[in-house]
Design a protein around this ligand. Sequence first.
Ligand code: S3P
Length: 175
Amino acid sequence: MKRIILVGYMGSGKTTVGRQLALSLGLSFYDLDWYIEMRFRRTIEQIFKEKGEEGFRTIEFNMLREVAEFEDIVLSCGGGTPCFGDNMDYINSKGETIYLQAAPEVLAAHLRMGKVVRPLIQGKNDEELLQYIRQSLAEREPYYLQAKHTLDVSLLDNHDKIKTTVKLLREILGL
Ligand code: S3P
């Protein structure tokens, strides 16, 4: 039984890389945000609007414990997932965990191109976004770094780099 769990900041490529890694290993892919949206028939944006961040974190906590029971999966967490409650300990207890690490400038560039609405960074200009990332990444990184493996994905921005990243992840995991 294999369970591989990806953590990292918004825009680090967890979903893109996770999907390709699952494909290459013949595992099922789950994205925690998508799972929440499916289970609640609401977008993440709507959940934040209706229940606030605290309400979202409670849902996220519960849904993590549902989806992380599935076997033979790659699971991409939300950027905040490891940083609330004892989620990071829980994640580490469920399988191989990998932190996709990237520099604030790289994350900002990815997030500016992103199509998904991310309530925490909505409406920020370039300067504010970079500032916000620097500050919250500093707070969050101690949690991310508790993952069993870390891979720097700062160079991940085209198809070949995704392939390379998947190859590197498979090497790290010995799979
Ligand atoms: C969040 C990250 C998002 C999503 C929500 C909150 C965060 O996931 O869970 O908007 O706190 O960093 P992604 O990292 O997949 O964007």
